[in-house]
Design a protein around this ligand. Structure first.
Ligand code: ADP
Ligand code: MG
Length: 330
């Protein structure tokens, strides 16, 4: 089989810290212009893999290639990758404009200012050239960090939890904006995050990692509809797993093939006055809505999202969603 060598190829990469295997034999490709999310819990090896791609961490095994060329002997700064980290890491003694112009020393001065203005427009901070970076909000600082990393037109952008230090609302908003900016620029990018929704918003495909291993790589749509294992499903927030009969009794109309169970997550059950009555086990607020805990007919627990607190011992629901998950995994 002939594979297209263009873009980024990560082949059988492992990273070791002494005895600890932080990245375990990961193989991934990112096509030119595509955005990949590396999604996994804290400690799953995302940053180690990103650093290995950047050349900041030695490989215990494997290779990182760009357009078919092994980067083993290409130093970090020669790889022409841009970086954005959780903490914007701006130069505090320089204004916004000089931060963005930092990687543009090869350009003649007028072209440099033009590029800085262009980048500020791109990240929605037009006219901020002379601002002190110490006067920026967290979200603005991350926009400047993004502008700085994109200014020299890197061939790939590596983002390590760039939104994780921001509060929830801002993070949601910036995730949408970042997705738009990456598409507008057309840059190849790897976006590291532990947030399932953020990964699905920003990336074309999501690679799920746990304990150094790559568990699944798919489009957000496929990932949420059919996680490759219960491990992945649980990480995505599916808490209960039903057989076909139980699922149908709850109103589900889909088809479950042999050897599969239906994962139930926070959006799988919908309120329906004509639906099945389930006992309420708990109620809690989340993002302005109420998460109602319910006990399913087979005893497993699940949640239903309701607009307000339910003043009853039961709630009527219908099962409309869910994730088709292999049965015989952990
Ligand atoms: P993530 O980014 O997914 O949170 P990391 O790649 O930072 O995960 O870490 C993966 C594992 O490697 C963790 O167990 C972490 O403690 C360990 N680790 C990370 N960096 C180092 C290091 N420089 N030295 C030793 N262990 C490390
Ligand atoms: Mg990390």
């Amino acid at each position: 089989m002939v594979t297209d060598p263009s873009g980024l190829h990560i082949r059988n990469v492992s990273v070791r810290y002494g005895e600890l295997l932080a990245v375990d034999n990961v193989t991934l490709t990112v096509a030119p212009g595509a955005v990949l999310a590396l999604l996994g819990p804290s400690g799953s090896g995302k940053s180690s893999l990103l650093r290995a791609i950047a050349g900041l961490e030695p490989l215990a095994t494997g290779a990182v290639l760009w357009d078919g060329v092994d980067l083993a002997s290409t130093k970090v700064h020669q790889r022409n990758f841009g970086f954005v980290f959780q903490d914007a890491q701006l130069f505090s003694t320089m204004d916004v404009g000089h931060n963005i112009a930092y990687g543009l020393t090869k350009l003649p001065r007028p072209k440099r200012s033009e590029r800085v203005r262009e980048m500020l427009r791109l990240v929605g901070l037009e006219g901020y050239e002379n601002r002190k970076v110490t006067e920026l909000s967290g979200g603005q600082a991350q926009r400047v960090a993004l502008a700085r990393s994109l200014a020299p037109s890197p061939r790939a952008l590596l983002l390590d939890e760039p939104l994780s230090a921001l509060d929830r609302n801002l993070r949601d908003h910036l995730a949408d904006e970042l997705a738009g900016i990456l598409r507008a620029v057309g840059t190849t990018a790897i976006h590291v995050t532990h947030d399932q929704d953020e990964a699905s918003k920003v990336a074309d495909t999501v690679a799920v990692m746990d304990r150094g291993r790559l568990l699944q790589r798919d489009t957000p749509d496929v990932l949420w509809r059919s996680p490759a294992s219960r491990e992945v499903a649980r990480f995505l927030g599916f808490t209960a797993f039903l057989d076909a009969t139980t699922a149908r009794d709850l109103g589900w109309r889909g088809h479950l093939k042999d050897g599969a169970v239906l994962g139930i997550g926070p959006r799988s059950l919908e309120l329906d006055d004509d639906g099945v009555a389930l006992p309420i086990t708990s109620q809690g607020f989340a993002l302005g809505e109420v998460e109602v805990g319910v006990r399913l007919p087979d005893g497993q627990l699940a949640t239903v999202t309701a607009p307000e607190r339910v003043e009853a011992e039961q709630i009527h629901v219908r099962l409309t969603g869910g994730a088709v998950t292999p049965e015989n995994t952990m």
